[in-house]
Design a protein around this ligand. Structure first.
Ligand code: NAD
Length: 348
């Protein structure tokens, strides 16, 4: 048991500490626990301050700030999305985040969130699929086999029992990497030569590609009745993955409609096209999948409450694991109003 430090010293979870935390708990347990936190926060959706994220777009990508608060805690994430980064040895998506006490405004956690985003995105996708995917589904196509893909596969195995994967990526090296990383995790894995081949026999289709354009990863003829689509990669204006005809045949579930209308697959539809809110399904106010023939679509863009849940979960692990460093982030003069005096004493 580790004692957390005084308020002025902020616990910092580095990439190294995050990896140790995930490995010490086990990826599967981390995903299971995190999914519970995410569900818990979706169930109390109405208490959160909600706003579409603040996005700074450029030709190459986007930098976004994602704030929310439940009245007691405040969290935000800084995240980028730069599909061309991989060519220069960088991640497409990197992130870090802060959790603070609303009462004092003092941060209580600063954390890496690149790994945490992959975990929370996968956990959220699997939570959505629990309510939306066809019962007893075992086979998932994963189109786009980059940084997010293994996390998606493991969340669907842990939370839904998916144990057959059909992988496709325009870069076969990515599919081989994904298959290699998932070896020994209990999957039957097929690497496919096309998206058409990958969706053949799949009950769930995850699209998690990165390309800054209106791409057509799935065409209408590739999606049969009863399929659940977990569309993760389309998350920015002008960056989508599905042909609009699929959207017209699907029952569409979203996180926060005002944000998804800007960023999700539904940016291709009329602004009043009906969509359903995932939180209402999780809170038991509305049914999820209604019939075995429905095409359900989770139009995932990633919402601030999911990052808030993830930061809350990581913060709750600090005491028992001690996996953090103490960051001298906040000035703390003995007399609060003597900030300049503190500077003078340091010079002396
Ligand atoms: P990545 O760059 O590591 O991997 C993307 C992969 O997609 C690459 O291997 C690339 O070769 C492949 N790809 C590109 N175009 C393709 C196509 N037409 N067909 C098949 N494969 C194709 O990126 P990542 O970190 O895995 O992220 C993937 C996507 O997910 C990004 O677009 C990112 O913005 C998005 N994302 C969404 C959320 C969310 O909450 N919805 C969270 C994180 C990331």
């Amino acid at each position: 048991m580790t004692k957390l430090s005084p308020l002025a010293v902020v616990p910092f979870v580095s990439v190294d500490s995050m990896m140790k935390l995930v490995l010490s708990l086990g990826v599967e347990r981390f995903l299971t626990d995190l999914a519970l936190y995410i569900e818990e926060d979706f169930k109390r959706w109405e208490v959160f301050d909600k706003t579409p994220r603040v996005a700074a777009h450029s030709h190459e990508g986007v930098i976004e700030l994602m704030p929310t608060s439940d009245g007691h805690l405040y969290g935000f994430k800084y995240v980028n999305g730069h599909p061309k980064n991989a060519r220069t040895g960088r991640q497409t998506v990197t992130a870090f985040g802060v959790l603070s006490e609303v009462g004092s405004g003092y941060p209580i956690l600063l954390s890496e969130m690149t790994i945490l985003t992959a975990l929370r995105t996968a956990a959220t996708s699997a939570v959505a699929a629990k309510y939306l995917a066809p019962r007893g589904a075992r086979t998932m196509a994963v189109i786009g086999n980059g940084a997010q893909s293994e996390f998606q596969a493991l969340a669907f195995k842990t939370l839904l029992g998916i144990d057959r994967l059909r992988l496709f990526d325009i870069d076969p090296v990515a599919s081989e990497k994904c298959a290699r990383n998932l070896k020994g995790k209990g999957f039957d894995i097929t690497i496919c030569r096309s998206a058409e081949e990958a969706v053949d026999g799949a009950e769930i289709i995850t699209t998690v590609t990165a390309d800054k354009q209106n791409a057509t990863i799935l065409t209408d003829n590739m999606v049969g009745a009863g399929i659940h689509i977990n569309a993760v990669g389309g998350d920015c204006p002008g960056k989508t993955e599905l042909h609009s005809d699929i959207l017209l045949r699907s029952e569409i579930f979203v996180e926060f409609p005002p944000q998804t209308r800007i960023e999700g697959e539904i940016q291709q539809l009329a602004p009043d096209h009906p969509v359903r809110e995932l939180w209402k399904v999780i809170a038991g106010q509305e049914p999820g999948r209604r019939t075995a023939h429905d095409i359900t679509l989770f139009d995932s863009v990633g919402f601030a409450t999911e990052d808030f849940s993830a930061l809350r979960y990581v913060h709750d692990q600090l005491r028992t694991t001690g996996l953090y460093e103490e960051l001298d982030l906040l000035a703390d003069p003995d007399e609060p109003r003597d900030l300049y005096g503190m500077l003078l004493r340091a010079a002396g």
